[in-house]
Design a protein around this ligand. Structure first.
Ligand SMILES: *Cc1c(COP(=O)(O)O)cnc(C)c1O
Length: 439
């Protein structure tokens, strides 16, 4: 389906060049299967608010204490976003200003650490994230990084070696969570290790935060000193980040002691690290869109949505296992499936490229102990949030696995690619995106 002719005609009139690009992207999103685990489709109200008039407002500072006048309404929007986030995650404090997940992580790390301090995070090649200590990222440049890995057999975090390494290197902060970890994050195990060595524990729930909000993934709040997340993955909000504290606490360790002599609360330090520390004016249109998304996530229907995401991932995993695909950790607890294609004789790169030609969007991904480079990889990562948002269920999951399998079994066969592409297109027609935009 193509959007109604006049839905964006004002953009066409103003700038036909970008209009044509927009139309191609709308068509791509509508007519292909989005299996990238970190992506989703926001609701139409979130979409509209993210493109709304609040983009015009400068609001450096926080509600009630801004650097500029005219902030009374954006204050209301930010307060609403905060109140809803606190309710959603059952936390005492939240900062909704981080522009993205990486910014949230930067602010959290800079609040708790000094340059040169030691951190521990999941190895990027084992499912971690760039901002957890990769040498090409600020986190790897500012801090001394010790990475932990998953166990070769189970594909799950190897807590014996985490503990051993933590005792040896005494990190000041441990990060749990990742981008390609199909299982629940084991907050309790990490807490025990952090307590043993007196480290801070930070959870990055960028991926499963929607599942956490729905109560279908354990909550980090009782175990972690600080929690960061994106808002645009399973949480299905606008592209952005946030930082939460299950319980606020005093900054007692002195490394970032305040000039005033008064012991500050961690929440105050996080606020000032976000702004003016690393960001300027907040994206008020995005914060208002976050408020809408949090409101949606508080509805009972969101819990059903999150359950559908997980059910769909289970259906897909089982169908893949039946066809002899090797899944890292043997399956999934979440929306993420990580396939090791080594036994199929196909690289992650080749799989990504060929599936894309058939209208199936996935990303190549390192698997633990991968022998190939990050640019080639032995695996692909799949995720169910976006196709679940479109309303697809069990039958469609099985069909999608068949499509993937047909292509990967005969990767040079262009006829198969063309046939699957047609089938993908007709499947997508039954689950249109943004009905509001159609004739
Ligand atoms: C996606 C992700 C992020 C970063 O999000 P951006 O918004 O792209 O900066 C951070 N941490 C984890 C674990 C992620 O998966």
């Amino acid at each position: 389906m193509v959007p109604a002719k006049d839905a964006f005609s004002f953009i066409q009139d103003a700038d036909s060049e970008i209009y044509d690009i927009l139309l191609r992207e709308i068509t791509r999103e509508d007519q292909t299967l989005e299996l990238i685990a970190s992506e989703n489709f926001v609701s139409y109200p979130v979409l509209q608010m993210a493109g709304g008039v609040m983009t015009n407002k400068y609001a450096e500072g926080y509600p009630g204490a801004r650097y500029y006048g005219g902030c009374e309404h954006v204050d209301e929007a930010e307060n609403l976003a905060r109140d809803r986030a606190k309710k959603l995650f059952d936390c005492e404090y939240v900062n909704v200003q981080p522009h993205s997940g990486s910014q949230a992580n930067m602010a959290a790390l800079m609040t708790f650490l000094n340059t040169g301090d030691t951190i521990m995070g999941l190895d990027l090649a084992h499912g971690g994230h760039l901002s957890h200590g990769s040498p090409v990222n600020f986190s790897g440049k500012l801090y001394n990084v010790v990475s932990y890995q998953v166990d070769r057999n189970t594909g799950r975090v190897d807590f014996d070696s985490v503990r051993k390494s933590a005792v040896e290197h005494k990190p000041k902060l441990i990060i749990c969570g990742g981008s390609a970890y199909p299982r629940f994050i084991e907050f309790e195990n990490f807490r025990a290790i952090a307590d043993e060595i007196g480290a801070f524990l930070m959870a990055d729930i960028a991926h499963p935060s929607g599942l956490v909000a729905a109560g279908l993934h354990p909550s980090p709040m009782p175990y972690c000193d600080v929690v960061t997340t994106t808002t645009h993955k399973t949480l299905r909000g606008p592209r952005g980040g946030m930082i939460m504290l299950g319980k606020d606490f005093e900054n007692k360790w002195g490394a970032v002691a305040p000039k005033t002599g008064r012991t500050k609360m961690i929440s105050e330090l996080i606020d000032s690290t976000v702004m003016p520390g690393i960001q300027g004016g907040p994206l008020m249109h995005i914060i208002a869109a976050k408020a809408i998304a949090f409101g949606e996530a508080l509805q009972p229907e969101f819990k059903k949505y999150a359950q559908d995401i997980i059910d769909n991932a289970h259906t897909m995993s089982e169908a893949l296992l039946e066809k002899d695909y090797q899944l890292v950790s043997g399956g999934t607890d979440t929306h993420v499936i990580l396939i090791d294609l080594s036994n199929k004789g196909v690289s992650g790169k080749a799989a990504e490229k060929t599936l894309e030609r058939a209208g199936i969007t996935v990303n190549k991904n390192m698997v633990p102990f991968d022998k190939r480079s990050p640019f080639i990889t032995s695996g692909i990562r799949l995720g169910t949030p976006a196709i679940t948002t479109r309303g697809m269920g069990k039958g469609e999951m099985k069909k999608i696995v068949q499509f993937i399998d047909q292509i990967l079994n005969d990767i040079e066969n262009d006829t198969i690619v063309e046939n699957v592409k047609l089938e993908v297109k007709s499947l997508c027609k039954f689950f249109p995106l943004y009905r509001e935009l159609h004739d």
